[in-house]
Design a protein around this ligand. Structure first.
Ligand SMILES: Nc1ncnc2c1ncn2[C@@H]1O[C@H](COP(=O)(O)OP(=O)(O)OP(=O)(O)O)[C@@H](O)[C@H]1O
Ligand SMILES: [Mg+2]
Length: 266
């Protein structure tokens, strides 16, 4: 068996909150004993309602949030949080957020947005970088005319494609996508979802696909983990989870799916 790219073992994250007194700060157990792994070539969906800890867990997976306790392993070794280790992790694990605007610099044209990670990590010669930028645009299905536009000049769906291209720039092993379609217009959600699924297939990536909506992750995930109050309450192959949910909370989530999207029961 290959070593997972990222592995969490009994990870807890406790956030301090603004409520609570000076001497007894309030705390939230955002992630409460999660074990999880992601390898190249597999797609894992993480679902759960708002506040269940999905984003906090994603931040741990990309090294933005240290665990309060438990182990965070990067390619089998405990993750360190110094600059060199972060750089290495940043190349191997990249992230696509809900709102592409947060991932893009509003004052940079698309070409510069995509060159930026290549420059920062000193990848190849300048002309190879330019070629890589064009290749990235092709990968995400954008025309070459997009090279010279600002993020605000293109649609939300196209902006998310640019953010995805940027996430792919350094040939990561894994992409963590945190609600990547929920800020987009309904009409383009399926396109962006399919793009991520196609890229995962074509590039052999690992993908963690986070959503509050179980029907969104269903068709793109090999395995689905259900989160509730900071814990993974059930994790199973996607088909099995839908056909035969073991956990009460999973059944509640499935019940909340609009009937239009549920498979026919006859
Ligand atoms: N920086 C922080 N400081 C304090 N509390 C936080 C912080 N970040 C998250 N929390 C709390 O941790 C819990 C988990 O939040 P998190 O954002 O991980 O959930 P989520 O599943 O991503 O929710 P959503 O679906 O709304 O994005 C929530 O109770 C949240 O209020
Ligand atoms: Mg979130």
């Amino acid at each position: 068996m290959t070593t997972p790219v990222m592995e969490l073992v009994d990870v807890h994250v406790v956030h301090k909150t603004r409520t609570g007194g000076l001497f007894r700060p309030g705390t939230v157990r955002a992630v409460d004993g999660v074990s999880f792994s992601i390898s190249r070539g597999e797609t894992v969906g993480i679902v759960g309602e708002s506040g269940s800890g999905k984003t906090t867990m994603a931040r741990v997976l990309v090294g933005l949030q240290p665990a309060t306790s438990g182990q965070v392993l990067f390619k089998g070794e405990p993750l360190r949080y110094n600059a060199a280790a972060r750089r290495k992790l940043g190349r191997a694990v990249s992230v696509v957020f809900q709102d592409p605007a947060t991932a893009l610099n509003p004052r940079m044209v698309v070409r510069e947005q995509l060159l930026d990670p290549l420059n920062v990590h000193n990848v190849g010669e300048p002309n190879q970088r330019e070629e890589r930028v064009r290749e990235l645009l092709r990968l995400v299905g954008l025309p070459m005319s997009a090279l010279d536009v600002m993020p605000r000049q293109i649609s939300g769906g196209q902006r998310q494609r640019v953010a995805i291209a940027r996430a792919l720039a350094l040939e990561p092993d894994v992409i963590i996508a945190d609600e990547p379609t929920s800020a987009l217009d309904v009409s383009v959600r399926a396109q962006v979802l399919n793009l991520l699924a196609d890229l995962k297939e074509a590039l052999g990536l690992g993908m963690v696909f986070i959503s509050h909506d179980i029907s969104t992750v269903r068709h793109v995930s090999d395995r689905i983990a259900v989160m509730n109050r900071g814990r993974i309450v059930e994790s199973a192959p996607a088909g099995q989870l839908f056909a035969n949910p073991a956990d009460e909370y999973t059944r509640t989530l499935l019940g909340a799916v609009p009937s239009l999207l549920r498979p026919k029961e006859s």
